[in-house]
Write a protein of this length. Sequence first.
Length: 255
Amino acid sequence: MSSYCLSLFFYRKKEVENLKVVVVGGGPAGIIAALSAAQCGANVMLLEKNTSLGKKLLITGKGRCNITSSIDISDFIKNIPGNGRFLYSAFQNYTNLDIISLLEKNGVKVKEERGNRIFPVSDRAQDVLDAFIKELKKYKNIEIKTNAKVKKILVDDSNFVNGVLLENNEKIMAGKVILATGGKSYPLTGSNGEGYEMAKVLGHSIENNIIEYDYYCIQQQANVDNNDEVSRIIIRNNTIPYGMNIIAYPLHQLQ
């Protein structure tokens, strides 16, 4: 998960207690958001358009799941492109040690590999997903609804968000809606950027500051002088993994 922008949401208890909260997106960010809201007393409905939660999580780290990094939180901030300080509060409220603790208490032991990467000892992404689902099931105030594709976020006459409209035209009303649909990194898993459009309809501006063609990227490893030893990766769909020291060139410049 360190290669993904893991968006976390936290609430003051008085703001969400007994509220109906809808979370759109059943990936790691949506799962943690649902857990956080439920812990504050909200009644949560977690919506996922696929048949099951965490579809993209299962392919991270080549199926092993790169959970997080062991680096200090301040280094997380430094390695986020743009204004990394925007995420300072979220990272301080829920650290890399917290996610490791959550997994371990649900039976997933972790190990550290080169480059400060944290993996499950089993090398199975499925074990990580199972631990998340096990944690979700501990809360009677969390309802999980799969095959539930959100078509639109609803607003009332005063322009306040008050629910969502599903593709089957079912309305789910809520006091708060959390949009955790991810980016555009892997459309086959559901990460196709549709969350951007939902936000845009509500009046948010969407800044596309990554050029829309494929990049040939060279991830520079420490103390590597021989170019043959430098790992090469293709980054598609406008995404570059966070936390990497990358030199990126448009593909057409290398042909």
